[in-house]
Design a binder for this molecule. Sequence first.
Ligand code: MN
Length: 587
Amino acid sequence: MTAFLPNQDPNPARRNKALNKSRKSYSFNYNYVSPLAIVDRVPIQDEFSYGWILKVAERVANSLANKAEITEDAAHRDLHLSRHRHLSSLMEMGRICMNDLKAVVTDAIRFESRVASEEERPQSLEDYADIFHTFGLPPIAGNYETDSHFAWSRIAGPNPVVLENVRQIDDRFPVTDAEFQIACPHDSLERALDEGRVFIADYQLLENAELGDYPHGSKYCYAPLALFVIDEKTSQLLPVAIQCDQTPGSDNPIFTPDDGWNWLIAKTIVEVADGNMHEAFTHLGRTHFFMEPFVVTTFRQLAQKHPLAILLTPHFQGTLAINEAAWKHLIANKGAVDKLFGCSITSARGVAVKAVQSANIVDLELPKTFTSRGVDFSSTLKTYPYRDDALLYWGAIESWVRSYLQIYYTSEAEILGDVELQNWSRELSAQDGGRLNGIPHGGKISTLDELTGIVTLIIYTCSVQHAAVNFPQYDLMSYTPNIPLAAYTPAPTSKRQATEADYLNMLPPMDMAELQMELGYLLGTTHYTQLGQYERHHFRDHRVSQHLAEFQHAVSAIGGKIHNRNETRLESYETLAPSGIPQSINI
Ligand code: MN
């Protein structure tokens, strides 16, 4: 387990500097409520938020109006009324300021970055760490290049949905027993396959992606294959072999852990592919754009007070706006993705489209996704932090959804007879509607199980799944060498010895590392709202309270369980702690 929380800097000098700064803004004063310890001055970040001030201001305005009405004395009544007018005009100005603020923020998330006129190559790896100033360098910078972290990324990284169990060696990836034994000298490939201990990460999805370019040439992204094994003695997942592209051949050698710099280069090629697949397929496609039709259809087909609308709308907050920013700016031609990715923007958009079109609602029920890849609890993969934590939430969300829906639907007839609900489910899959695949019976939901399944998937995807793939953008992806979004030299075509210079040359230039850091910081640290924390009185139906309390209790119990698990994990997996899971996709 790592010693530092995600936001902390592993460098002690920098950490102390940051702490000293923080101590300066929080000093004690013992005279205010003598002799109690009270903060001397409330720092700016602890002042009332805009949302809070507006909310209280509305109450103050109402209260002044009320006072004016009940005051019999004319002079006092005029005083209350003039205060009320003044407050109303200030609130109006506040709204105007908020609009200006919104414009600035919207502009910032275009990520219009600096593009250097001459290519700025890093002089050393240090250069990538040195660009982190006001926000801390993610601890991953300290151990990103180890084999154990490389394996850990498959089960606790930003894209933990690729690893599959294999029972035989694939023709595309002819790893020999001798190559296998380089990582595991006392094991055999055949035995490991028989015992179900062999896993593959296959990036075939990117096989036909076209390469992106930048002002000084081509960028590179491959469709690699990586083989892993569960070590017999330690039960840990270990990388065994990597082939940088899909077709085996003398110009596409298999690299093993004894290949020196070429091994790190091959691992980096896997991370480039993982990063491209992560952003386009797993993050943008399978969370942001996958949820968009549910949001729109819910607002189009369900009345505001329909129980399903009441349940879902908190999980849709901010999604349409962030998705608009994503398609207008992030995946636009010459946008941030175009600049950063190894594959071209057309290919990246194509992968995101494919992610939504290939999403089948029934197959995406979380437990099934692990079974279909051979990595469920019955597999030899006993430690899989993403699976282990996410399934706890899946279970809690499913119980919450079922108990909530049971209040309103007690028979199939009630489900079939709910016109709004039936219009909703029909429109989700309709060609002139949401165009989603796998809605039961072509859009005719008839049982509580079917409805529970689909609503669980929606709430889970908007909250837990999005958090699992969104927030590692800072912890794991903002430090470029860990997951560069493009390679800048081609993959090695022979086992010729590589050097540190070869490795550095493949990493992104500094202007792109800055952009990757900014994007990762902004998108990967903005946590707004928290799973299960609905606004007070959101559910007006008193029959909901008990079920909601149970759900909130379940979420907090999951938090305790995850905390305990992190005490013994190889690296800490904080991504799915409850405090890090917003209710909706809003960043
Ligand atoms: Mn996101």
